[in-house]
Design a binder for this molecule. Structure first.
Ligand code: SAH
Length: 207
């Protein structure tokens, strides 16, 4: 089967399973070539609904997880978004067509380069990859409309809450290194209003 057919089948599966919900997010999935964000030897598996190794002990998240997280973020054309954990750059690429600007931080310098080159190769210009420790956020461009953490944290780092606008959405897999729960929260004047969307598994946030 050709990649194009595999891609259509995957998107159909994500819609039928209820992971992809809104037209514009579906379009973003159609527009971004996931094969550009996996390792050369894995291109044939780019449209399987599984995480894949991207080297350096890290993974590109499964498409359904990217779909779930993107829908929760309620992306708007005017949004400035911060991502912690660029990895392959795929999640940032999906967001790039839905928002104004994405800043994505990656701790591992090799992966920061990988993400940069994947995004460039895909012609994506409104994503900036920053190498560094994302648990401190990126105060240079704060405040953000939305913040997405794509590595597991024990709790949502305070620095990130501080860098989120009031009314903004932050989401993260929160828990231990081996099991987390997907937390989506709105920042109100009184603090975070959290909702728990159940179990998930991400690689841990490191320092
Ligand atoms: N969003 C990615 C997948 C992320 S995997 C994608 O679409 O491919 C989680 C990533 O978080 C890994 O690449 C890991 O190196 C990175 N990471 C771990 N701790 C971090 C930290 N403190 N700051 C920034 N990135 C971190």
């Amino acid at each position: 089967m050709e990649l194009k057919e595999k891609k259509n089948n995957l998107i159909k599966h994500l819609i039928e399973s209820g992971y992809l919900k809104t037209e514009k997010v579906i379009k973003a999935f159609k527009d971004v070539p996931r094969e550009n964000f996996v390792r050369a030897g894995n291109k044939n598996y780019a449209y399987s609904d599984t995480p894949l190794s991207i080297g350096f002990g890290q993974t590109i998240s499964a498409p359904h997880m990217v779909a779930i997280m993107t829908e929760h973020l309620k992306p708007e054309k005017t949004d400035i978004v911060l991502e912690v954990g660029a990895g392959s750059g795929y999640q940032a690429a999906i967001l790039s067509g839905l928002v104004m600007k994405v800043y994505t931080i990656e701790l591992d310098p090799n992966l920061a380069e990988f993400a940069k080159s994947n995004l460039k190769h895909s012609g994506i210009k409104n994503v900036e990859v920053i190498q560094g420790d994302g648990s401190r956020g990126y105060p240079e461009k704060a405040p953000y409309d939305k913040i997405i953490i794509t590595c597991a944290c024990h709790e949502i780092p305070n620095a990130l809450i501080d860098q989120l606008k009031t009314g903004g959405i932050i989401e993260a897999p929160v828990g231990s290194s081996w099991r987390q729960e997907l937390i989506v929260a709105i920042k109100t004047k009184k603090g975070l209003e959290e909702k728990n969307y159940g179990g998930c598994i991400f690689v841990p946030l490191r320092h």
